[in-house]
Design a binder for this molecule. Structure first.
Ligand code: GLC
Length: 456
């Protein structure tokens, strides 16, 4: 297939996935096809809609994005009771479904984790919603949408929930396992990087979109403070390069008091074997998680790429991250961009990290699988750091396989050569991410949309 045919195939999937409510387009189904793995793949997932929305914005199909933003904001006010427990207002749904014509349901119905496998909390949804609102406003110039009272109150409610003090001991946000794209138990509770990057993006957005009304005053002050403390915290303590690894390797432990250097009491013994020699000179990355006695050294792609896009990483860190990709290409990209996490957890560690999850066996799905839906973020980060050629390389690889393989959800194996064992086919965000990446690289008119998802 040539490029035009590949993009046509991606558009065909994207257009067929559009969901309508009362005659209006409001979202996209996560996957098409007769035998989707789980029943909720026919629903519109908030996070999956993001790359789709970027395509719609590039094409001037702004209505679907606006309808989606309005519908999801409305759902936010439907408070959810879960096993008798009232969920906080401010959360946004993981996904929603549209009633079938003539069916008993008449309203779109949202899943706040109360139906989801494992009853996980979709902490990332409200953050993606806000980021998408900004993308809409920047692209269309329709600032009024964000300024309308319903949206101001949605933004405020979310911030009040997300900035509420609970048991944090640092500016990083504390969440349960499986609260974002990795929505199954994977040892990503605590302070996962992806959540910190999204949190940073959301706070940056709020600073731009919240009006300085008396009602918003306190929340704006809190946003500004948290933005600064979060930024320096992640840049210093999550960052890992050779110099830092040397420091940790020689860390003293059991330090008490305010002068402590090893703040979290990380024992050098916890440094995993694989990392010895793995991070070349002049490269580095943000580790996956950080807490008491715990540094999760695993490399999580999406959090790192978002840190580059949102300017959470310094310029130097961004450059070093892309160097790591260049040097560790086989492990982090392999045959299909890009690996979601490196390395996989195996053996007993797999059993207690995932709860013996057969979908997340080593080098599969969230546990070291390769996810084409991340292509747009990779290409965005490559462009931002002046590595367009890398972007072209990965796009080329992806385009050669994805349509032939029927747009799978993910790939398996150490280097991503196998189609995911339980992958859906016709997975919408695999196609949308390919279109976004292609346009970022080849169409100057997409510049506005590119600017709408980065922060300086
Ligand atoms: C899986 C993924 C999640 C995605 C959903 C729909 O649950 O882990 O990130 O949103 O599928 O594609």
């Amino acid at each position: 297939m040539n490029t035009t045919q590949v993009i046509e195939s991606a558009y065909d999937l994207l257009n067929r996935s559009i969901l309508y409510y009362q005659g209006q387009p409001v979202g996209t189904a996560a996957a098409l096809g007769d035998s989707v793995e789980a029943i909720n793949y026919t629903e519109c997932f908030v996070r999956d809609f993001v790359p789709c929305a970027l395509v719609f914005l590039m094409d001037g199909q702004n209505d679907i994005v606006k309808n989606f933003l309005q519908l999801v904001a409305k759902m936010q006010s439907q408070q959810r009771v879960m096993e008798g427990h009232e969920r906080a207002v401010g959360l946004m749904p993981a996904s929603f479904r549209i009633p079938m014509e003539g069916g008993a349901e008449t309203q779109p119905s949202a899943d706040f984790g109360d139906r989801a496998i494992g009853r996980v909390a979709p902490v990332d949804s409200a953050m993606w919603w806000m980021l998408l609102l900004r993308a809409y406003v920047v692209t269309t110039g329709e600032t009024q949408l964000a300024y309308q009272p319903e949206f101001q109150s949605s933004i405020r409610q979310t911030l009040e929930l997300y900035l509420k003090e609970s048991f944090e001991t640092s500016p990083a946000m504390l969440v349960p396992d499986a609260s974002f794209m990795i929505d199954r138990r994977m040892g990503v509770y605590g302070h996962p990087l992806e959540i910190q990057a999204l949190f940073y993006g959301m706070l940056s957005t709020a600073q731009e979109l919240l009006l300085p009304t008396p009602e918003n005053q306190q929340v704006l002050i809190n946003v500004k403070k948290r933005l600064q403390t979060l930024r320096s915290y992640v840049r210093i303590y999550f960052w890992l390069d050779q110099r830092r690894l040397n420091e940790i390797h020689r860390y003293r432990s059991e330090e008490f008091g305010t002068e402590a250097v090893n703040l979290f009491n990380i024992y050098p013994e916890t440094i995993p074997e694989w990392i010895d020699g793995w991070v070349p000179e002049d490269s580095g990355y943000f580790v996956g998680n950080l807490g008491a006695g715990r540094m999760d050294f695993r490399f999580f792609a999406f959090g790192n790429l978002l840190a580059v896009l949102f300017g959470l990483a310094t310029e130097d860190q961004s450059r070093q991250l892309m160097n790591l990709y260049l040097e560790r290409w086989d492990e982090l990209v392999g045959a299909m961009p890009v690996k979601i996490v490196y390395p996989a957890v195996t053996g007993e560690k797999w059993a207690y990290t995932t709860g013996s999850d057969p979908k997340n066996v080593p080098w599969s799905y969230h546990n070291g699988g390769h996810w084409p839906c991340l292509i747009w973020a990779f290409v965005g980060a490559a462009i931002r750091t002046g590595h367009r050629h890398m972007g072209h390389n990965i796009l080329e690889m992806a385009m050669q396989k994805l349509p032939q393989d029927q747009w799978p959800e993910y790939y398996d194996g150490k280097t991503g050569t196998l189609i995911g064992r339980r992958a859906n086919f016709h997975q919408t965000w695999s196609a949308a991410a390919t279109i976004v990446a292609h346009r970022f690289l080849n169409d100057d008119a997409s510049e506005k949309v590119f600017q709408s998802i980065i922060f300086n």
